[in-house]
Design a protein around this ligand. Sequence first.
Ligand SMILES: Cc1cc2nc3c(=O)[nH]c(=O)nc-3n(C[C@H](O)[C@H](O)[C@H](O)COP(=O)(O)OP(=O)(O)OC[C@H]3O[C@@H](n4cnc5c(N)ncnc54)[C@H](O)[C@@H]3O)c2cc1C
Length: 409
Amino acid sequence: MKCDVCIIGAGPAGLFAGIIVAKRGGKVIILEHNAAACQKLLHTGGGRCNLTHSGSVNDFVRAFGPFGRFLKHSLYEFSADDLIDYFNQMGLPTVVQEDGCVFPESQRAGDVANIMINHARQSDVQIIYNTQIQSIKKESENFNLDLLNNQIQSKSLIVATGGVSWPFTGSTGDGYKYAKNFGHSIVTPKAALVSLRIEEKWLCNLSGVGLENVVIKGRAGKNKFNCSGPLMFTSKGISGPVTLDLSRYVTDLLPDYNNPAKVVIDLLPDHEISDLEYNIMDMCQKHPKKELASLLAKYLPRSLLFSICGQISPGESIFAGILKKDQRKQLTSMLKQLPISIVATDSIDGATVTRGGVSTKEINPQSMESNLCPGLFFAGEVMNVDGPCGGYNLQIAFSTGNLAAVNAL
Ligand SMILES: Cc1cc2nc3c(=O)[nH]c(=O)nc-3n(C[C@H](O)[C@H](O)[C@H](O)COP(=O)(O)OP(=O)(O)OC[C@H]3O[C@@H](n4cnc5c(N)ncnc54)[C@H](O)[C@@H]3O)c2cc1C
């Protein structure tokens, strides 16, 4: 079979790239090793699919941090507004939450996938499912792909195979192998947007305790970071939205059990440290017979307060009236700057995205074409790009899928 563009992977990046190639009049074949397209997409946003984020291209570039520069052109060519327009025009209304996250109005990821699968079908995009690629070679101007029972010849090839997280959805890292065959380097894949393991066992005993809003600060090399949002303690460490964002900053430093990443948690970001200390002193004077943890329960869950008090005075209850000045200072400091040591991320299999992949140094940001092999393109999470929570990673898939498609034809 011959085509203008062959795409490996029918996730959001590959499927959308296929739609764009077909819309521009190209013959396109997508090879997918699963029995269906967009298997990971169905799990996104807890099944609701946070498909993008509201904001300008510059907001996106900032949110992507070190990857912003590489992604900028693709975002200009296909922005969050373009993505929202596309789905709205295809009959899928969207809603923007207060926090800027964009979801389908139906709150169903399946609707997002179906819109694209139907659009691909109507546009004569050929998708070959359950396919196993045996080899890929570039001979003269064409790519020749050997499948088990078939051969494909294409002028361009787009690799859109995703990362290695959630491998049961199909992203098994094959794209790295294909990229390496054409001389590309792979930045070691690491887990990102993932729960973190910490050293402090006394906090792990609080598994299941959640906090509505904390701020976590730290430093990775020269760069300071600051993340905020809900936090949950787990039996191995911390989880919840703030942790997922934090994981993007620390994943490159981990695992390092001898040299953990040190961060501090502000458990009460809405309270100034001086006001807090004064309030604690005042409450203790007014209620000297009350147990300290119970007295402070208006601020934080009692179980967390008991554990913190246990750190200040191991093995015994602290009553408000006997709290010494240095203990009060220590308590306030733990509430505002609780130090924790992050030793590892949870497994990459369970991570929301993969940090690492095909090095962007070898990909032209104006086209997504390989600098090493003309006609070879990359799109989506297979590349060393990742974004924070909030719809940014799907936007990467769509924007780079679009740019690769436009240039591959
Ligand atoms: C639980 C979860 C929730 C998420 N929620 C969100 C969210 O709400 N918002 C957001 O922006 N991002 C979210 N993400 C991230 C987002 O899903 C990914 O970044 C996005 O799916 C990447 O798209 P992709 O097309 O590059 O790769 P994928 O979606 O991984 O698709 C790659 C495709 O390639 C196929 N493939 C791989 N190798 C081969 C091969 N050798 N031959 C043929 N086919 C192959 C795979 O089967 C798959 O269909 C979430 C991720 C997870 C795991």
